[in-house]
Structure formats: C-alpha cells, structure tokens
Design a protein around this ligand. Structure first.
Ligand code: MG
Length: 371
C-alpha cells in the first residue's frame, strides 16, 4: 500500500474568541492511499501554521514539508514514518508546530493501519483493557464560589463521576481559592473526584502552600501549579506535595514526558493531537506504567481527538480516565457523526476498524477555511 495524498483541512467557526477553548479552530488531516483507505487525524494547535508544515515543498535535507515526506511511503509502517517525519523536519521542527502537525499525520496512519488489518486502533496499541472509559469534564471556575457550586452540581446531575475546575479567578488569593474549591467539592459531593487546574499560577513554594491548604478538600490532582518550563519547580514541588501533581498538556515527544516523569510529576497529560500522536502517547504510557505514575489525556477539541484518546486509554492497564469536552461548538459536537456519547459517566470506545469514526461532510463544507 502507498500513500497517494495528504489533505490538511482547516476548520474554523466564524467567531473565534480569545478564550481557552480548543473547539473553535482545528486542522483535520486526511491521508489517502492507493488501496482506497483514508485515515483521519487531527492537529490541535495553530492551524494556519500547522497546515503550512504539511504544504511546504521539499527543501534542503531535514527541512521538508510533511506531505512531501509521506507521499509514496507505505502507511502501514506507522512508527517508521514517525521517525522519518521527526528526522526530516528537525531543522525547523523537534518542538512546536512541526511536532503538533506530525500528531495529525500519526493519528491518521494508525487509523489506516486499523482499517487495513480489520482491527480497532486499541488492539494495535496493545489490546483492550476496557470497552469504555471513565470521563471527567473540565470547566473554568465560576466568578463567585456560588457560581462554582452551581457548575459542580450541573456536572453531578449529568452523571459525571469526576470533574476539573481551573483558571478564572483562581490563583490570586488563598482564601478565595479555598472558597472556590470548597464550593466545587460541595456541589460535586464527597463521592466524586475533584481535580484543580491552577493554570501556571505560582512559584513552587506558593504552590506547596496551596497544595497543603486544599488537601483536606480531597483533591485528585493539582494541575500545572507552576510554569510549563519551570522543571526545577516541578521537581521541588513533587517531592513535597501532599496531593498528586499533574502537568504536561504543553509538552511534546516522549523525551519531554520522560523528563517530567524524572522530575516526579505524578500524572502526565499528553494531548494526542499535539504531543506527536498516538505513537508518542503509547511510549509515554509505557513509561508511566514502569514508574508507577499515570497518563491521562488532555483532550479539548473535536471527536477525532476524543476517539484517539479513548483508543489509547483502552489499551493502557491503569488508563481508566479521559477528559470529555462539553463545549457546544459544532466542531466538537457534530464533526464526528458517531461522536462517542457520555453514558453514566463513561464513554464507549468505538469498536469499528481503525478509529471507528465517520466525519460529517456537511460540517467540513460549512466550516472549511479556503485559502
Ligand atoms: Mg490544563
């Protein structure tokens, strides 16, 4: 089998607000083959820039566009092509947009391999440990603790067994922070898991004080308490924190995650449509298994990202948790026709071949950015 064409499709809703919402602007990647099989992938990053990473023509060695690297290759050699894409872009790649773009190609290649072999992707990644995955939803803290409690109650009413609150008014003042997390705990009830996303709020010493303050409220993890590049801060905090520390949604490649694991981070959060794809995610969860840590997908864009994350989690022994995005954007809710639903707080893993999803051509036509 040979790759005949690579089609990066930029989708964007008419009004993209400057809010932390990955469901408004995405790059879908279709990889076509001479066997009539098409693979589906997604990139959750700067779509214009990542599209250029595909479209750029061949150049001098190790600065080629991704499409020129892939066309003519055997799509079933998924990991070999990951190495080739990584190496042949390394003058402008390695970290940043090029590796984000590689994620979309890598997801599409796993989809092709599954379709060609008549297997769901989770089987290719290491087998099924579960048929559905426990979901947690994320939301910004409310403007007031009362608002936060109301949001928590709504999540509980949806049947979710875990929720994450973050950003908004959180991080400035210990009393305000405690009041919000207490309100979230009260709204969720004691039996549900509550996670807190600090959004790079502090130096590690302040983060440690907050971890101690919030610990009696039963925090599942404290996410990104320090800056993404403050690796020393992570190391100091992880040694001392009474609650698990999470991070890594901005990290890419298994080497970045190896570093976070070595620094002591308890829960690492690769985004499959950003970190380098399923090939990287599988390597990361092999490392977390070996080190007694957890990998939980960061997932906040479309049903393609969600489905890839579900297949990954289905294949990981201690992988029973996925972020489930409840934003109303049509790119999240409608792009994947058979979007995996929330059922009693869990999400079924599609059992068709490959990723097991079908895209809605109408949605693609409506939101496609034509250059
Ligand atoms: Mg986060």
């Amino acid at each position: 089998m040979k790759i005949t064409a690579v089609e990066p499709i930029h989708l964007r809703v008419p009004n993209v607000e400057a809010i932390p919402d990955g469901t408004l602007d995405v790059l879908v990647v279709l990889i076509h083959t001479d066997a009539g099989i098409t693979g589906i992938g997604e990139v959750t990053s700067q779509s214009y820039v990542c599209k250029a990473c595909f479209d750029a023509p061949r150049s001098a060695a190790r600065r080629h566009g991704l499409t020129s690297i892939l066309v003519g290759e055997d799509p079933l050699d998924v990991e070999g092509l990951w190495e080739k894409m990584y190496y042949e872009t390394n003058r402008y790649g390695r970290r940043g947009a090029a590796i984000h773009a590689i994620s979309g190609a890598d997801i599409a290649l796993w989809d092709i391999k599954g379709k060609a072999e008549g297997k769901p992707v989770y089987e290719l990644l290491g087998g099924a440990h579960r048929q559905d995955v426990r979901a947690y939803a994320s939301v910004l803290f409310g403007d007031t603790p009362e608002d936060t409690a109301k949001l928590a109650k709504e999540f509980a009413d949806l049947g979710l067994t875990a929720a994450k609150f973050g950003w908004g008014p959180f991080g400035q003042d210990p009393d305000v922070d405690f009041a919000h997390v207490q309100a979230a705990r009260e709204g969720l009830g004691d039996e549900r898991d509550l996670m807190v996303d600090a959004g790079h709020a502090w130096e590690w010493e302040v983060a440690l004080e907050r971890a101690k303050l919030l610990e009696p409220l039963g925090i599942g993890w404290l996410e990104e308490p320090v800056g993404q590049d403050d690796r020393r801060g992570y190391a100091e905090l992880c040694k001392r924190s009474p609650v698990p520390i999470a991070g890594g949604e901005g990290d890419v490649t298994h080497w970045d995650f190896e570093d976070l694991i070595e620094r002591g981070v308890h829960v690492v959060q690769p985004d499959v449509a950003f970190c380098g794809g399923l090939t990287v995610c599988r390597r990361v969860s092999q490392m977390t298994q070996a080190h007694g840590r957890r990998a939980v997908p960061h997932c906040f864009s479309t049903g393609i990202n969600l489905t890839a994350s579900l297949h990954w989690m289905a294949s990981v022994p201690n992988g029973d948790l996925v972020e489930y995005c409840l934003r109303p954007s049509p790119l999240m809710r409608k792009l994947v026709k058979n979007l995996p639903p929330l059922v009693d707080g869990r999400v079924p893993v599609p059992d068709g071949t490959g990723l097991g999803i079908e895209l809605d051509e109408e949605i693609i036509r409506e939101f496609r950015v034509n250059y």
